[in-house]
Design a protein around this ligand. Structure first.
Ligand code: DX5
Ligand code: ZN
Length: 219
């Protein structure tokens, strides 16, 4: 399982040092972009993401919680392995495929995120285009929320992919992930997790990451 810390709950006033400390222990970074409209919270923009890029070469999973993801494709610089993940609920059905294609064309890995209440079938139409699917296990907007168990969507997505005769995308989960559920998520076939509070609470994020990895591995 891959671990992508969600920097939203890191010590933001000391972020460079936090990233340098955890960088050898992580697989990439989960970067939550919120527009105060699709979700009732506001985070950061292109300049901040570009600044992060100067301190790490790990891949970025950009999680766009915005109304109009298409406008972000060219505003964000894309490096090898970075993914552009937007919400299937944010975009008119007729626009999902063109936005995925445009992001792909710009060099991104592409993905769709699904709110807990959204059925996995909603991504079926786009599976052939998708590099990843992000199953939300909280309603997007804030870190530190309780986990909603949506893990059954992972095997359902694999079954849907095989029914449609396409390679299953990487399956990510985001929200409320921690020691209490990481083993179960590994068993459910989650490939990658975005984790904020379970990594950044307490004094030692590296130890938290190591504990999560161990719990995922030994389940
Ligand atoms: C929620 C964000 C998540 C969040 C995870 O809207 O998309 O990535 O930062 O935070 P935790 O791990 O604290 O639930
Ligand atoms: Zn997120």
């Amino acid at each position: 399982m891959k671990f992508f810390p969600s920097i939203i709950s890191a010590n933001l006033l000391n972020l460079e040092s936090v990233i340098r400390t955890i960088d050898p222990h992580v697989d990439g970074y989960h970067i939550d972009i919120m527009d105060d409209h699709f979700v009732p919270n506001l985070t950061w923009g292109p300049m901040f993401v570009a600044a992060l890029r100067t301190v790490t070469n790990r891949p970025f999973q950009i999680h766009l919680m915005v109304d109009n993801p298409a406008t972000w494709i060219s505003r964000l610089a894309c490096a090898a392995g970075d993914s552009f993940v937007f919400h299937v609920e944010a975009v008119n059905t007729s626009q999902v495929s063109p936005v995925l294609a445009a992001a792909k064309q710009a060099g991104w890995r592409v993905g769709l995120a699904l709110n807990p209440a959204t059925e996995i079938e909603r991504v079926g139409l786009y599976l052939a285009q998708l590099d990843e699917v992000m199953i939300m296990s909280v309603n997007p907007g804030f870190s530190g929320q309780s986990f909603i168990d949506t893990s059954a969507k992972a095997p359902a997505l694999r079954a849907l992919s095989s029914r449609l005769g396409v390679t299953a995308p990487l399956i990510a989960m985001d929200g409320g992930v921690g020691l209490q559920n990481i083993g179960m998520l590994a068993l459910a076939g989650i490939d990658l997790v975005g984790v904020a509070s379970a990594i950044f609470s307490g004094l030692d994020p590296v130890k938290n990451i190591q504990n999560l990895r161990q719990a995922a591995f030994f389940t």
